[in-house]
Design a binder for this molecule. Structure first.
Ligand code: LLP
Length: 447
């Protein structure tokens, strides 16, 4: 069983390959668990978005700003930067990653409801393309900080159009009940305020309605509302250069699920904008990286339970949180299936001490301890949402190109996990680290 759109993850003589590399070889060379990505799939996905923008130049063209949060490995950011992409960031940390990966700050848009003083300062110093401003208070803060630096901050308002993206409630962002953006009814007066502020420069309009959206209709609904706003801005003499339509286009996680084609989803939107001289910015995350990656794991134990069987594997919810957090479905397949063996139903679980630690439930598999499993479609929000819970070192990341595997993040060691911790002076055994961690050895006065 494979999801429908993973042309770079195939079976060859029955064995699962990423591009031309057999996954048992990856496991032998690097161990498990590991996140494995296809270089060709990443490139093809970005090219699909760029081709859609190129095929229908909307006024002044367009820019794909990859949503870094989906997968922020430097090698992936570097690949996209070399292909001409910009980036959508939501923290100072993501800005630092983009710059470290060779990304162009002039193609960075900065979203997020809680930009700190330090983050705004860093983004202004880097000369990013645009701040996607999410509240009146943030607008004032940006104006003030830009003023102290003698700069004018490029801004868009992130408009909340009150559209239901019909996705999981945790990742729906464009409803009026969400914390995100400026309610569309409040956007016009706030733009008027922005136009009067001395240290901001109105550059665009921005909107992101949610994630894992499989029905294109809500994108069009949101666009119709944005067009009303664009007209109103024009009437008041407020000119914008770009329209940022956000990300959110979903992928097929499950056999039988269908995700709309990128061009089929985008071209009707671009058509609707045909008469306007607006550059279009897109912020896709999942659609660029999701199907390009899988999580390779090994079966440790098979354990019969009173109501079902468990396949206990060496990956866990700390490596892939989506099933535990959203009840998300990822296909789980044997890397080298055993022909003719009857399948048994398993809950595929990790070693973590929580009953929520499952990667898949009620899966039919013919497996033995020691076998390799692939958890599919994990390139987006897999490694990016991983943690060290239970002091589990994070999995390694491998980028496959043809029949070659590049380690793009080494496996953490237990000592990496407590390297930033130190003992207070009173503790005697074991000896505290020689050098105290900067800034941590300060007494805090009690109230
Ligand atoms: N732009 C903004 C402002 C966003 O907040 C997001 C995602 C994106 C773009 C990219 O959306 P995408 O194209 O990836 O759908 N952890 C969740 C997804 C959270 C998405 C958060 N924002 C998951 O695993 O499904």
């Amino acid at each position: 069983m494979m999801p429908p759109d993973t042309p770079f993850i195939t079976r060859q003589q029955g064995v699962l390959h990423v591009e031309d590399l057999a996954l048992p070889e990856v496991a032998r060379a690097f161990g498990t668990p590991c996140h494995v990505y296809s270089h060709a799939a990443l490139g093809a996905n970005l090219r699909d978005f760029q081709a859609a923008l190129d095929a229908h130049p909307v006024g002044a063209g367009g820019l794909v700003c990859y949503a870094v949060k989906a997968n922020s490995n430097l090698a992936i950011l570097n690949l996209f930067a070399r292909m001409g992409a910009g980036f959508d960031i939501v923290s100072g940390g993501e800005l630092a990653r983009v710059l470290a990966a060779g990304g162009d700050a002039g193609k960075v848009v900065f979203s997020g409801v809680g930009k700190s003083h330090a983050e705004i300062h860093a983004a202004l110093m880097a000369d990013i393309l645009c701040f996607n401003v999410e509240s009146a208070a943030e607008l004032e803060r940006i104006d003030e900080i830009a003023g102290t630096l003698g700069k004018r901050a490029p801004i868009s308002l992130r408009v909340n159009p009150d559209v239901d993206p019909m996705t999981h409630p945790y990742i729906a962002t464009g409803l009026s009940t969400a914390k995100f953006g400026v309610p569309i009814d409040a956007a016009l007066p706030l733009y008027e305020r922005a136009a009067r502020l001395p240290h901001v420069h109105v550059r665009g309009v921005d909107c992101h309605i949610g994630s894992q959206i499989l029905d294109p209709a809500p994108f069009m609904e949101a666009l119709e509302r944005l067009i009303v706003l664009l007209d109103a801005l024009e009437k008041r003499g407020i000119t914008v250069e770009h329209l940022d339509l956000g990300g959110g286009l979903g992928i097929a996680y499950r056999q039988g699920e269908r995700a709309p084609e990128i061009s089929a989803c985008l071209l009707p939107l671009f058509d609707r904008l045909r008469d306007r001289k607006l550059k279009v910015i897109l912020e896709p995350g999942r659609r660029l990286v999701g199907q390009a990656g899988l999580l390779l794991t090994r079966v440790e134990y098979l354990k019969p339970g009173s109501t079902g069987n468990f396949a206990i594997v060496d990956a866990a919810m700390n490596d892939l949180l989506r099933p535990a957090l959203y009840g998300a479905w990822h296909e789980i397949v044997a890397v080298a299936p055993k022909a003719g063996r009857p399948k048994v139903i398993y809950d595929v679980v990790g070693p973590i001490c929580e009953s929520g630690d499952f990667l898949g439930q009620k899966r039919a598999l013919a497996i033995d301890p020691g076998d390799l499993l692939a958890i599919l479609s994990t390139g987006a929000y897999g490694m990016a949402m991983s943690s060290n819970y239970n002091t589990r070192p994070r999995a390694m990341e491998i980028l496959v190109q043809g029949n070659r595997a590049h380690a793009i993040r080494r496996r953490e060691k237990a000592a990496d996990l407590y390297a930033l911790e130190c003992l207070p002076p009173l503790a005697s055994t074991p000896a505290p680290p020689a050098a105290p961690v900067d800034g941590m050895d300060k007494p805090i006065a009690s109230q």
